[in-house]
Design a protein around this ligand. Structure first.
Ligand code: SF4
Length: 302
């Protein structure tokens, strides 16, 4: 018996990339601790994103105002020299808490890539402190914040939809602004749906009418801030997108009522370039993994 079927943007993304990957992530990982461990491996760019998100969350949870410039620098240094260093060392030691994809699969990490990564984290955090949206959120006052790093869910046609909301607040003029911090440079393929998902949740919560909801994608590494307004047409489009996507996923289940899936119904893909970067490649190509060279010692990020 599987757990209840639910929908999320990342689930849709996994399904679109590779059915087998989707099966491992959303079915086998619930049953098998080793599959769950592989699902949780973090590749370098994802790691940068998590460090930035965790740092921002800790700041927003604990501060009533934007920290002073000296404090900002101290917080950025702590993120890079303390958290990233700890993560890296734990990953190298095979920690169950944090493990990099590159360490798991013994991929050499170019020192230049590490520098770029550290640079992305530092630049993203510096831009976060300078961002107009942060000033606006603190200007509105913490009493008007509606959601902070919460995993929220709402219903679309009987399907529970999950999404993580970085920050939502009611601006001084009554609009609801929903913020998504990003460390990548480009818009994800499904950012429109994600944005509409935020608005669907806000509307379901009764926070505001669709016309009074705005979403902001904050590309901190650049920086670039993309603010969008929402209307009923976009919400309808998002609802039908979710319904169609969930229907396609359920069609592959052995028993949609109990959310029961069989591995053989979720085919592998034939794209070596994609498989090379997949967390589950050990499960799909066990013989190939046996031939990997022994791990080389890589210095931690400076
Ligand atoms: S290794 Fe390739 S086939 Fe296997 S789950 Fe990953 S992407 Fe799919």
């Amino acid at each position: 018996m599987g757990s209840e079927f639910s929908w999320s943007v990342s689930r849709h993304d996994a399904f679109a990339r590779c059915r087998r990957r989707y099966f491992y992530s959303y079915y086998a990982a619930n049953e098998d601790p080793e599959v769950l461990r592989l699902k949780r491996l973090s590749a370098l760019p994802l790691w940068a994103g998590s460090v930035v998100h965790e740092t921002i969350e800790a700041i927003l949870r604990s501060r009533d105002a934007i920290p002073s410039p000296d404090e900002q620098e101290a917080l950025i240094r702590a993120a890079v020299h303390s958290q990233m260093l700890t993560d890296w060392r734990e990953s190298e030691a095979g920690s169950a808490r944090f493990r990099l994809f590159e360490h798991e699969y013994r991929l050499p990490v170019d020192p230049e890539d590490k520098k770029i990564l550290v640079g992305t984290v530092m630049r993203s955090l510096r831009n976060f402190f300078k961002s107009p949206i942060l000033a606006e959120a603190y200007g509105a006052g913490r009493g008007r914040w509606l959601s902070l790093e919460e995993l929220v869910s709402f219903d679309v046609g009987g399907v529970p939809v999950y999404l993580r909301m970085d920050l939502a607040f009611r601006a001084s003029d009554g609009r609801v602004v929903i913020v998504d911090w990003k460390t990548g440079r480009g818009e994800g393929k499904f950012s429109e749906v994600q944005v509409a998902g935020y608005a669907l949740y806000a509307a379901a919560q009764g926070w505001a009418a669709p016309e009074e909801i705005q979403t902001e994608l904050a590309y901190l590494a650049i920086p670039r801030y993309v603010r969008r307004s929402v209307d009923r047409r976009k919400l309808d489009h998002a609802r039908s997108f979710v319904t169609k996507s969930a229907g396609t996923m359920k069609a592959l289940l052995l028993d949609p009522l109990s959310n029961l899936a069989r591995r053989e119904d979720f085919p592998m893909i034939d794209r070596p370039q994609v498989c090379r970067r997949c967390n589950f490649r050990r499960l799909c190509f066990p013989r190939l993994e046996d031939t990997l060279p022994a791990p080389a010692a890589v210095p931690a990020p400076a």
